[in-house]
Design a protein around this ligand. Sequence first.
Ligand code: FAD
Ligand code: NAG
Ligand code: NAG
Ligand code: NAG
Ligand code: NAG
Ligand code: NAG
Length: 584
Amino acid sequence: MLVNLTNRAMALLLAGMLLMSNGDIPGCSSVTALALSQSSVSAVHRRNVVVVGGGPVGLATALTLSRPPHSCNVTVLERTDGDTSVATYNPARSYLYNINPRGLRWVDSVPEVATKLDDRGVVVRGGFGRFCIVPADPSVAIPEPTGVTVAGSPPKSQKRNTRATPSISKSVWIPRHQMVELLQECCEEQLYNDSKGVGSIQVCMGKEVASMVDTAETALPESQKGPSITVHCRDGSMYGADLVVAADGIDSAVRAQLRDPAQSESWLASKARSFVVRRYRSPATGLKLKALQLPPNFTMIDHDGTLVTTQAQNLYSIRGTNQGTRDFASLGLLPMKDPDMVRPANIITRPDHELWKLADGSAVKAWFQSNWPRLNWDEMVDDKEWERFVQAKTTTFPYCQYVPGSVVVAPNESAGVVLVGDACHAFPPDIGQGINAGLQDVVALDLALQDREIDLCQDSVPPSWSPSASAPTLGQGLLRYQRNRRAEHGALIRLARFGSPYQYRQPWIRDRIGRVCWSANVAFRLLLNKATFGWVPPAAILLAQNVNLSYRQVMRRADTTARVLQSTVLAAVAWLLVRKFSLL
Ligand SMILES: Cc1cc2nc3c(=O)[nH]c(=O)nc-3n(C[C@H](O)[C@H](O)[C@H](O)COP(=O)(O)OP(=O)(O)OC[C@H]3O[C@@H](n4cnc5c(N)ncnc54)[C@H](O)[C@@H]3O)c2cc1C
Ligand SMILES: *[C@@H]1O[C@H](CO)[C@@H](O)[C@H](O)[C@H]1NC(C)=O
Ligand SMILES: *[C@@H]1O[C@H](CO)[C@@H](O)[C@H](O)[C@H]1NC(C)=O
Ligand SMILES: *[C@@H]1O[C@H](CO)[C@@H](O)[C@H](O)[C@H]1NC(C)=O
Ligand SMILES: *[C@@H]1O[C@H](CO)[C@@H](O)[C@H](O)[C@H]1NC(C)=O
Ligand SMILES: *[C@@H]1O[C@H](CO)[C@@H](O)[C@H](O)[C@H]1NC(C)=O
């Protein structure tokens, strides 16, 4: 039964290949600014905020900071150009997000976003949705898809363990471009609706940020000097800000500048050492991903020759017949809302896989035909798609990385720079926390700038908040954010490295051994957890399903178990030695 449970855990984790490449184009409509009516801004000092990067986390920050009690004037600068995104479709950018309660905590703070997300995403409750592992051998029956939670559903007699590994109450699957699109819409609508006390949001496309300077150090005449920091774009345009939010992703240009020792005379680079990236290789680092587009509702041949129709909202893992270290492959499909959309099927494997060496469409087709005999490739995929697949660039999974620093503050504490999302921490998608960790940063920043305690463990946000008499300076708020995030991000990266790195069934021998050890570890901890009636916590990846725990608490509990185990082994060895010597 235990093995069974772990298998289910692994199956699910496999489903955590939360990636997909989508035939659609990332939505990048250009949002134009509309001036707020004079009445709503009069007599209010509005902080100027520049958000670098219009990805999901950047847009979320813009929405939060423009709303009360912050009511800032926000400008979002996004490198990609909304109008040309059609031509430069980037499959590497169209992942499928699974937004779980950690991320939903932010979503629920902006009701317009919550409504749209429920409407456009696949909402699943009590797990990740219905999942089906399709066996490679066509003579074996295709099982019915079943609901999965990470720990499997515990038998009634063991209900007390649900406390240690609860299933996620609700999560939403949505492709990245749709998430970005809906956030852009909310930014736009917020301007049109002109609600009371809300600052402006301007989303500027085609603006690649090159550098920032302290305005005080520029040669501009005093009268033309704007707010403290001047942000320069590659096209020569400039934007003034009191607060710069770096949401520009894993290769953050803002972060690069903060760590540039050549600029150390400016306060912007005064904390350069804390912005050196700490990166770690995980077993998922360096894996390559490509997606093949299958038709909606495609069918698979069952053992008795009948056809099984796939459902858009189910997860599938279709195993291949090859078993070698350079030819094993599995197709992964994630839930989609629209039953009429093409269905991307992911292949994620090591870079030396023989599939990557095939140079023309017909060779790839022949390879698929022999590896997945259950699918009628002649009917499903045309020559154009095979050719596209061959030409497409592979996406490579990154290192697990973070920077300990997340803010710099001007000496007078009235200006600063803050890092959120992938700019601060990035990792391969196996733990499915990328977007959720980013949205948690936004909630943490929200609370920190209000001088409130950063407690992300409760489900609900208190409805109202009134500013205290002694409002904190911007600098105090930012430092509060950094104190909270530093430890949290360190723990998050450890979770990313050890949580579930083998779920892609990487084919190397080393990977297979690693996966067995990893499963044994998870199974052993689960056994201990059950044997001690929940006293010993289960493995980190299962603990992480309790969304009331911070990443720090997750890792601390997992480490406690490790230490207890180590000391038990040491004590046993010591006892044996003592006995041996006393017998001598
Ligand atoms: C292969 C892969 C698969 C992933 N799959 C998942 C998944 O399934 N689920 C999940 O939760 N997470 C996943 N992630 C992680 C997820 O993509 C990120 O955590 C999430 O997108 C972070 O959002 P972000 O807004 O911080 O950064 P990004 O999404 O990277 O957005 C950054 C934005 O900034 C813009 N930008 C960059 N530089 C500049 C500049 N100099 N000037 C102006 N604009 C700039 C970029 O164009 C981009 O729009 C995956 C990551 C990878 C690499
Ligand atoms: C904020 O934006 C509004 C509308 O765009 C503008 O009228 C106001 O002057 C801005 N405030 C600051 C401090 O820039
Ligand atoms: C905001 O405006 C949009 C139209 O731009 C409208 O559809 C939406 O209902 C409005 N929302 C609120 C809360 O007024
Ligand atoms: C604070 O310092 C910044 C950076 O040196 C400067 O641009 C800004 O004018 C100062 N603000 C105040 C209120 O002194
Ligand atoms: C796929 O099946 C669903 C019902 O399961 C149906 O509503 C939809 O129209 C089908 N799509 C196509 C393209 O056949
Ligand atoms: C998390 O905490 C809330 C109360 O803050 C509680 O209702 C909920 O059941 C908790 N969830 C889990 C998984 O423990």
